[in-house]
Ligand binder design. Structure first.
Ligand SMILES: [Zn+2]
Length: 343
């Protein structure tokens, strides 16, 4: 970020602190992982610590409160918990902790992922490229913008270098990580079937099984139903196929949002009024599609507190990472002016 942009961002942060505000937290997986390039995994004990902080501050409110004025206070005392994608560990690991502290949460589920029995493509890509100790020298890539070949005659880089590496915040440390980023960018814009084909190709190249052992999977239909019945859980939409909406035509965006919300609504037997943009990617035309739907709260991945004047169909969410309770409390209070701290 340039000096002037950093200064502008600091001013924006300060101005936002002078408004009624609240926090919407974004989680994905509750599991311990040494290699976590997108910082989407929180160790279970840290998630327990974090929920204890919210319980102690009596801060936790349902996301629905952010659709009207209830979520926003002058001391930022209200915080909502959300999860993206619908991972199995949300039910098996996170829910018992939410129950322990009586904290409500919204889970944004990818419509087509339920009961599919395979990893999301980004998890399969991570397993194929960042997991194996050794990889073959030459990779032919038949998908994306035409056939390409990647070669490394002196190895792709040590797996140990993946621990702590943040793909969203750092440059690649070696060729393996560079390849991971290049392939991620190529796959994200493909259609769902092509994405499946791409990761199958990469898993085979890497000598990895098609379905990972102990891999992070989306919920089954039965697990979804269990979540849907739970009084602390609200299920929201996250498109049918977890697509990059801003890379699609408007009719296709509409179809993805609508089909995703409908499938969650049919599975849950309840209307879907909450939505999160996949990859946090949104623009005005996409936001307008949400406004014209039954959705009352739309969430982005812009990591800042929500303020009362924010667009309810594009509310920012704070990206919670793998911190213990003390660090989490400091992050919310000192960095973001939440949990009853003064502006
Ligand atoms: Zn997602």
């Amino acid at each position: 970020m340039s000096g002037s942009r950093a200064a502008a961002a600091a001013i924006t942060r300060r101005v936002r602190r002078w408004r009624p505000r609240g926090g919407i937290l974004m989680y994905h997986c509750i599991c311990a992982e040494a290699c976590d390039p997108w910082a989407i995994c929180i160790a279970p004990e840290h998630f327990d610590d974090q929920m204890a902080v919210l319980a102690e501050a009596r801060a936790a409110v349902p996301l629905a409160d952010f659709a009207d004025e209830d979520g926003y206070t002058w001391d930022g005392s209200r915080v909502a918990v959300t999860f993206d994608d619908g991972y199995v560990d949300n039910l098996l690991v996170a829910l018992p902790i939410l129950e322990k502290y009586d904290i409500p949460a919204t889970i944004f589920v990818v419509g087509n992922a339920v009961d599919r029995g395979r990893e999301f493509w980004w998890d399969a890509l991570q397993r194929a490229i960042l997991g194996p100790t050794t990889l073959p020298e030459v990779l032919d890539v038949p998908f994306g913008t035409g056939p390409r070949t990647f070669t490394s005659t002196d190895g792709w880089g040590a797996v140990a270098e993946n621990a702590g590496w943040r793909a969203d915040a750092e440059d690649p440390r070696n060729r393996r990580q560079q390849l991971f980023r290049t392939l991620w960018d190529a796959i994200v814009v493909l259609g769902p079937d092509e994405q499946d084909g791409a990761v199958d190709h990469l898993l085979e190249w890497a000598g990895e099984p098609e379905i990972g052992v102990g891999s992070r999977l989306p919920v089954t239909g039965e697990q979804f139903a269990e979540l849907a019945r739970h009084p602390l859980i609200t299920l929201g939409g996250h498109t049918r196929d977890h697509v990059s909406l801003t890379d699609m035509t408007l009719p296709d965006r509409h179809a993805q949002i609508d089909a995703g919300n409908r499938s969650v609504s049919e599975l849950a037997d309840a209307p879907v009024t909450q939505f999160a943009f996949p990859f946090g990617r949104f623009d005005v035309p996409t936001r307008n599609l949400l406004r014209d739907s039954d959705v009352t709260v739309g969430c982005t991945s812009v990591s800042t507190p929500a303020i009362s004047s924010d667009d309810r169909h594009a509310l920012p969410r704070l990206h919670a990472t793998d911190m213990d309770g003390d660090a989490f409390g400091r992050w919310l209070r000192r960095d973001h002016g939440l949990l009853g701290s003064r502006a």
